[in-house]
Design a binder for this molecule. Structure first.
Ligand code: NAD
Ligand code: MG
Ligand code: MG
Length: 343
């Protein structure tokens, strides 16, 4: 597989374009600030009522409304929540974006499931960082980068790949690696990864482990340190050198327990469940369920199912215990990756 790096990209291509970033949330603030710091000409596009408006201005960025901003943009990167993109594209972008511009996404959801069918004259590309937006920013600032996927859906100009590489490099991904794929594979693997492993799998593993200890009479504080806090310490070792690097550092007792008990927790039945999760993603069933829930509410508010899940998760005792324990570890709050007053 070919992986591209900064040396394969020409950052001047993107520096000579007017780039509009729609949205200033997790990914939006990261792309906008990284591009600006790389010397790009960036405008952030938001609704006039948006609470993000003042945050983007405070970061020294130009801010405008979506219809106004996209009019003379050479490239428009859509970084608002997936569930709102098709409405905003239809009402504010499609009729205002200039002929021959580049329309870009950080996830293939709307193009792959055909919720957005872009105008024929536009290049349509994806630059999808493989990490949370706040990390895309913090890594860039520290001289590092988050790897990303690049995909070309429509190449009307004949330059779509060079433009995408240039953009990916300017947001810091060329330092870590840029992999070329297509919208279908990015969409399906991204949804699978976040559901089965990174977000869904991991949070359920942490919470269930915590519940077992607490229900068997151990103090919640001990359960929190054991099943949540230490995850980062272990993952740092895995991130640095792979699974065996982590196993080199833990005790032989821990390593032996890892081999005998891990496959009992994540067993052949779990694998079958993961396969059915993948099938539900591939068939579009998951996307439909998510969008149906979103469409039950208006103004971009969470749907009833989402609201219910969020409320339940927020009220779990692991969250309250964690809040108190983290308060005793001031170094965690210093240089926080997520600072809600700024991004
Ligand atoms: P987000 O929820 O953080 O975005 C919120 C921002 O969108 C806010 O600035 C809000 O004011 C703005 N916004 C909402 N509705 C708007 C509208 N109608 N017009 C203009 N602005 C509007 O979004 P996100 O999580 O950064 O996701 C953006 C895209 O990036 C999605 O396609 C997502 O799948 C993709 N992505 C996200 C992450 C991540 O780390 N969150 C990682 C990879 C890819
Ligand atoms: Mg995702
Ligand atoms: Mg992802």
């Amino acid at each position: 597989m070919q992986i591209f790096y900064d040396s394969d990209a020409d950052q001047d291509i993107i520096k000579n374009k007017k780039v509009v970033i729609v949205g200033y949330g997790s990914q939006g603030h990261a792309h906008a600030n990284n591009l600006k710091d790389s010397g790009g000409d960036v405008t952030v596009a938001l609704r006039e009522t948006s609470s993000s408006w003042s945050k983007a201005e405070a970061a020294g960025l130009n801010v405008s409304t979506v219809p106004e901003a996209v009019k003379d943009a050479d490239m428009v990167m859509v970084l608002i929540p997936d569930e709102l993109q098709s409405k905003t594209y239809a009402s504010e972008i499609n009729d205002n974006i200039k002929q021959g511009a580049v329309l870009a996404f950080a996830h293939g959801f709307n193009i792959h499931f055909e919720m957005i069918v872009p105008r024929e004259d536009l290049d349509v590309i994806m630059i999808a960082p493989k990490g949370p937006g706040h990390t895309v920013r913090s890594q860039y600032e520290s001289g590092a980068g988050v790897p990303c996927l690049l995909a070309i859906h429509k190449d009307v100009s004949g330059n779509a790949r060079d433009i995408g590489l240039s953009y990916a490099s300017a947001i810091g991904s060329g330092r870590a690696g840029i992999i070329e794929t297509n919208f279908k594979d990015e969409t399906e693997t991204d949804l699978f990864g976040e559901q089965a492993v990174l977000c869904g799998g991991l949070t359920s593993l942490i919470q269930t482990g915590y519940d077992v200890l607490v229900e068997n009479g151990y103090p919640p504080e001990m359960a929190y340190f054991e099943c949540l806090h230490e995850v980062k310490l272990i993952v740092d070792l895995i991130y640095e050198g792979g699974l065996q690097n982590m196993r080199y550092s833990i005790s032989n007792t821990a390593e032996y327990g890892d081999y005998v008990s891990g496959p009992k927790v994540i067993n052949q039945d779990t694998k079958k469940v993961m396969e059915s999760i993948l099938e539900r993603i591939q068939s579009g069933e998951f996307a439909k369920e998510f969008m149906d829930d979103c469409n039950e509410s208006d103004n971009g508010k969470p749907g009833p199912l989402m609201k219910n899940y969020r409320d339940q998760a927020s009220n779990h005792s692991i969250e309250n215990v964690g809040h108190e324990l983290r308060g005793m570890m001031p170094w965690i709050a210093k240089n926080k990756i997520v600072d809600k007053s700024k991004n």
